[in-house]
Ligand binder design. Structure first.
Ligand code: HEM
Length: 186
């Protein structure tokens, strides 16, 4: 994805956000009901976890986890940035999924919190430390600006694989853009 299409999605997201705030009003017109992005992704409604029918999961979290897992697979196949994930990929290649599961959990928690969920906590490294090889030995090198663009492109592919609408992808993209200066460290 080039920057222009993402910018279009972000613009669409801002417009959609305005419409959402304008249209979702309760009985008191002075107190608009503002949906968070997490709400728009499914929110707190409990649904059956497709990976374990005995478990219920918030629909918003399930949507985010699905996008995260799809995106990890897209990144794993993306030679533009998969060398940064060499530790993870060698583990998975050896049949050890523990790092993948932890990354999936951390990224899912991170995006749940970032999109407005109050029910989850991100327990991983801050974004600067997570992307500095000196503080995270799982990060194989410092990312440059074009790596960040490739990451966003892979995230958009992961979101499309899960039928996330473009206006919501744009809102996710807007959040991700705010983190560029912490992730890109060269
Ligand atoms: C805004 C965009 C990004 C977000 C929100 C993000 C988020 C995260 C999070 C939450 C973690 C887990 C930290 C922990 O385990 O404590 C992580 C790890 C990592 N990130 Fe990012 N990241 C972003 C962009 C990137 C980019 C552009 C690259 C490289 C091109 C990258 C490479 C990595 C690597 C290699 C790891 C370690 C994976 C592992 O555990 O094996 N990230 N990131």
């Amino acid at each position: 994805m080039k920057k222009a299409p993402l910018l279009m999605l972000v613009g669409l997201a801002i417009a959609a956000s305005f419409v959402t705030q304008s249209c979702n009003k309760n009985d008191n017109p002075s107190t608009p009901v503002v949906l968070t992005l997490y709400d728009s992704l499914g929110g707190t409604a409990m649904v059956t976890d497709p990976t374990n029918s005995a478990v219920k999961i918030e629909a918003g979290r399930l949507g985010i986890r699905s996008v995260v897992d799809s995106t990890i697979f897209v990144i794993a196949a993306d030679t533009a940035i998969n060398p940064y994930f060499s530790v993870l990929l060698s583990e998975v290649g050896a049949g050890n999924l523990s790092g993948f599961q932890e990354l999936s959990l951390n990224l899912t928690d991170f995006f749940c919190v970032a999109t407005g969920s109050k029910n989850f906590t991100y327990k991983g490294l801050n974004m600067t430390d997570a992307h500095n090889p000196a503080t995270n030995s799982r990060m194989n090198g410092k990312a440059a600006g074009d790596d960040f663009d490739a990451f966003i492109a892979d995230l958009v592919i992961g979101a499309h694989k899960n039928a996330i609408p473009d206006n919501l992808i744009g809102r996710i993209g807007a959040i991700v853009e705010t983190l560029r200066s912490q992730v890109v460290q060269m």
